[in-house]
Ligand binder design. Structure first.
Ligand code: AFP
Length: 350
C-alpha cells in the first residue's frame, strides 16, 4: 500500500493502491462498499440496548445457528452495499446458497456479516469478516467463484466493533489497520504495516472442550500448561473472547496463537469455523502480516472449499508457535487417534 501517512483516510489509501496497481480498481470499490456497511453496523451496535434487543432471536440459518436481530441487520446492510459494487455474487453465513447480485461483475464476496453474535447481548466485541474473490462461477459450476484455494483471494478484511471500530485489511501488499473516526464517519490509517512477532506467549482456545480435542491439541495445550517446567520452556497466558475477529486482532497486535481444532463432539469433527468466510480471510491477513494459518497439517490458503459453509479446523498466529503446533500433528491427519472411546477419562492421558 506504499508509504501512506498515518491518519490518511481509507479512500485516499485505496486510491493510492489503485494508482500503484490499476487491477485493484474494482477491488477498491468493493472494499469501500464494505466500509460503508461497517460504519452503518457500527452505529447500530454503538447504541447498544438503546437500539432495541440486538440479540433478539429469530430463525435458524442454514448451518443451524439461531439468527439474532443484528446478524440479519448486518447481512442486509452488507448485501445492499455490495449490490452497488462490482460484485457478481455473495456467499454469506446468513444465506443458505450463493446470492446473485450483478451478473457479469468481476468479483465475488464471501462474508460473515456478524461474527461473535453470542457476544451481542452482553456488550462484548463482535465483527464482520470478508474475502474478495475473482468471479469464476459458471452455469455448470455455480460455486466456481469459491472453490479454488484461498490464495486466489484478491483482498480480505475484518471489522472489529469494539471500544473502537477498526478495519483490518489486506490487498496482498501487507496488512493494514484503519480506525473509525466517528466525528468524520470515515476510517483512517492507524497501522500501516502489521507484523506479528514470531514467538508467542499467549494462546487462545475454548478450554471447556479439552476432553473432546484431537490428540495433538491435547498434548500441545498440556505442554503450554506445564509452562517453563515443560518442553516448551516458557510460561503462557490464555485468552478466549468468543469472537474470532477480536482474538485475531489481539494476535496481530501482540502475537500469540489461536486454536479452534476439530473435536469429538457431534458436528465438530472439522471444528466450528467456516473455511470460506472465516478461516480463509483471516489466513490471508495473517500471512500478509508474517504469521501462519493451518488446519493442523495443511496451510489454510491451500485448501479448496467444496461447499460454502464447509468447516475447517483453524490454528493461526505467531509463525514459530504455529510451526510448533504443526509438529504436534506431525503431518498426520488432525483426527488421528480419535476413536469412539476418545475423550473417555484416562484413555488419552499422558
Ligand atoms: P457465534 O457467531 O455463533 O457467536 O460464533 C462465534 C465464533 O464463530 C467465533 O467468532 C468464535 O471464535 C467461536 O465461534 C467461539 O466458539 P465457542 O462458542 O465454541 O467458544
Amino acid at each position: 500500500m506504499g508509504s501512506l501517512e498515518i491518519g490518511s483516510r481509507l479512500d485516499a489509501c485505496l486510491a493510492a493502491a489503485v494508482a500503484a496497481d490499476p487491477t485493484l480498481s474494482d477491488v477498491a470499490k468493493v472494499i469501500a462498499a464494505c466500509a460503508t456497511a461497517a460504519i452503518e453496523v457500527s452505529t447500530v451496535i454503538g447504541r447498544g440496548a438503546l437500539a432495541g434487543d440486538l440479540a433478539a432471536q429469530g430463525a435458524q440459518n442454514s448451518d443451524g445457528d439461531v439468527q439474532k436481530f443484528l446478524d440479519v441487520l448486518a447481512h442486509e446492510r452488507f448485501t445492499e452495499a455490495l449490490r452497488g459494487a462490482p460484485v457478481s455474487e455473495v456467499a454469506s453465513e446468513e444465506s443458505e446458497g450463493v446470492m446473485l447480485l450483478n451478473p457479469g461483475a468481476p468479483l465475488a464476496v464471501a462474508i460473515d456479516p456478524l461474527d461473535g453474535s453470542s457476544n451481542i447481548g452482553v456488550n462484548m466485541a463482535v465483527g464482520s469478516i470478508f474475502g474478495i474473490w475473482p468471479t469464476a462461477s459458471t452455469p455448470e459450476n455455480p460455486l466456481g467463484s469459491f472453490t479454488g484455494p484461498g490464495t486466489l483471494q484478491r483482498a480480505a478484511g475484518f471489522v472489529t466493533y469494539g471500544p473502537a471500530t477498526s478495519l483490518v485489511l489486506t490487498l496482498g501488499h501487507g496488512t493494514q489497520t484503519y480506525t473509525l473516526d466517528r466525528a468524520e464517519g470515515a476510517f483512517r490509517l492507524t497501522h500501516p504495516r502489521m507484523e506479528v512477532v514470531a514467538a508467542a506467549k499467549e494462546y487462545a482456545i475454548n478450554a471447556s472442550n479439552a476432553r473432546h480435542w484431537d490428540t495433538p491439541v491435547k498434548a500441545y495445550i498440556e505442554d503450554c500448561l506445564r509452562g517453563a517446567e515443560g518442553p516448551l520452556d516458557k510460561d503462557f497466558n490464555m485468552r478466549w473472547l468468543g469472537s474470532l475477529v477480536s482474538d485475531a486482532q489481539r494476535v496481530l497486535l501482540r502475537g500469540g496463537v489461536f486454536l479452534y481444532p476439530g473435536d469429538n463432539r457431534k458436528g465438530y469433527a472439522q471444528g466450528r469455523l467456516r473455511l470460506l468466510y472465516e478461516a480463509a480471510p483471516i489466513a490471508f491477513l495473517m500471512e500478509q502480516a508474517g504469521a501462519g494459518a493451518i488446519d493442523g497439517e495443511r496451510r489454510i490458503l491451500d485448501i479448496c472449499a467444496s461447499a460454502i459453509h464447509e468447516r475447517v479446523p483453524l490454528i493461526f498466529g505467531s509463525a514459530d508457535e504455529v510451526a510448533c503446533v504443526a509438529k504436534y500433528y506431525g503431518g498426520r491427519n488432525p483426527a488421528a487417534g480419535r476413536s469412539p472411546l476418545f475423550g473417555q477419562r484416562g484413555l488419552m492421558r499422558g
